[in-house]
Design a protein around this ligand. Sequence first.
Ligand SMILES: [Ca+2]
Ligand SMILES: [Ca+2]
Ligand SMILES: [Ca+2]
Ligand SMILES: [Ca+2]
Length: 410
Amino acid sequence: MFSFTRRQLAMIVSLAVIIVVALYFTAHVPIEAADHGDAPIASLDRSADLNDVYALLDPNDNTRVFLAMTSQGFIVPAEAVNFGIFDPSITYRFELEMTGDATPDKFIDIRFSAKTQSPTQAQIATVILPDGRTFTAPTTVPNLDPTAPPRVVTTDPASGVQFFAGLADDAFLFDIAGVNRFIASARAANGNLDNINANLLKRGRDSFAGYNTLAIAFSFPIGALQPTVNNEIGIDAITSRVVNIPRSSRFVRGIPTPTMSIVDRAGNPAVNVVLIPFPRKNEHNLATPEEYAAGRFDNSIASNLRELGTSEQNVSTMLRLTTARGDFIRLNLNAPNTGPGDGTSAGAAFPNGRRMSDDVVDTLLTVITNGFVTTDNANTLDVPLTNTFPYFGLPHQPRDAGVADDQTRN
Ligand SMILES: [Ca+2]
Ligand SMILES: [Ca+2]
Ligand SMILES: [Ca+2]
Ligand SMILES: [Ca+2]
C-alpha cells in the first residue's frame, strides 16, 4: 500500500528521538516552536510579539541559569537604529514555576525607558528581580556600522545577576514556507504517508537568516532561583502593555483603569504557530498555565495532529508537551551543560530546557510525523553563537562596500 521499507527506515532513524522525547514528557512536560507573528493580535502589535524563550544552564558556569526571550523579529540590518527599540509601554516578564505544578511562583519583570534625546541613545532597563529588588542597566545601542557594536553586559553587584538587552541574530532556525507546504500536503492527504510530499522540505532555507531580533538575556546564580521540587524550573514569558492610559485622576465609575493587558505569551516552541487553530490563537496567548493544564486546548491540538497522521501515542506525547502542568519549558538543574556556544551536552538538549543551538523544529517534526520526516533541512545557524554571555550570535550589520549580502533565504 505504500513504501513500507522507506517508512521503516525513517522510523528507525528517528526512533531514538521519539523515545527520548516520549520518555522525557512522561516524566516532565511540554514542547513548542517559535512564536513570531503567532496570532492576529500579536502580529499587529510587533513590539510586544514574543519570538522565543530559552532556558539552559550557563555553559561557562553550571551554578548559573541562562534565561532569554526574544521579541520583534525580522529587523533588517539597515533599520537597526529605527526598529531596534524596546517599547517603553511594555512589561516583559519571565514567569518561573518552582513547585512542579502549573502555577507560576516567581517573576522577573523588565521595563525600558523611552528614547527622548536621539535615536542612538541607550535605553535604561529597570529589572525587578523575583525577591522584589531592582537594578538598572543600559541597552546595547545598535548602529549601522559594518561591525556590530561591543555588547554592554551589566552585573548587578547585589545579586550577581548578569543582564544584556539589545539586537542579536535571531537564533531560531526554520524553513517557514517549506514546513507550511509540507503540513498542507499532510493535511490534504489526511495523514496518509503515501500521499504526503516530503520533497517539499528539500528547500532547506532558513527563513530567519539575515535578520535580527531584540533579545533580553540573564545569567542568574541558581541560589536566586532555587526550585522546591525535583530541582527543576518551569519558564515562560509574557508581554503586557498599559491600556486605558489615564489622563486624569478621575475615572469613569465602575471601569477599572489603568490596567495592564497581556499581548503575547510564549513557552515551548511552536505550539501556537503549528498546533492551535487560527480562531483560537489569540485565546491561546491569553490563557493561563492553569487553564492549559486543565485541558482547555487538548481537543484542538489532538484533532489538529490527527489530521496530520500523528499516531495516538505521539498525540499523547505532544499533549504532555504542550498542556500538562502548563506550557512551561522545564529545565532540570541537575543536567550538566558544557561546551562551546551555549553548550553541547546531549543530556541538556531540548526538551530539557531549550538552547539556541537545539534544532527544535526537527525534534517536533520527528514526533508529529511519527518519524516520516526528521528535519526541515534548515539546520545551521547563519551566525555562530558566541562563547560568552549572552551567547546569541552578533547582529547582522549593513554590509561594507564591496561585500555581498546573500544572507536572506526566501
Ligand atoms: Ca509571538
Ligand atoms: Ca508553582
Ligand atoms: Ca539567524
Ligand atoms: Ca532544522
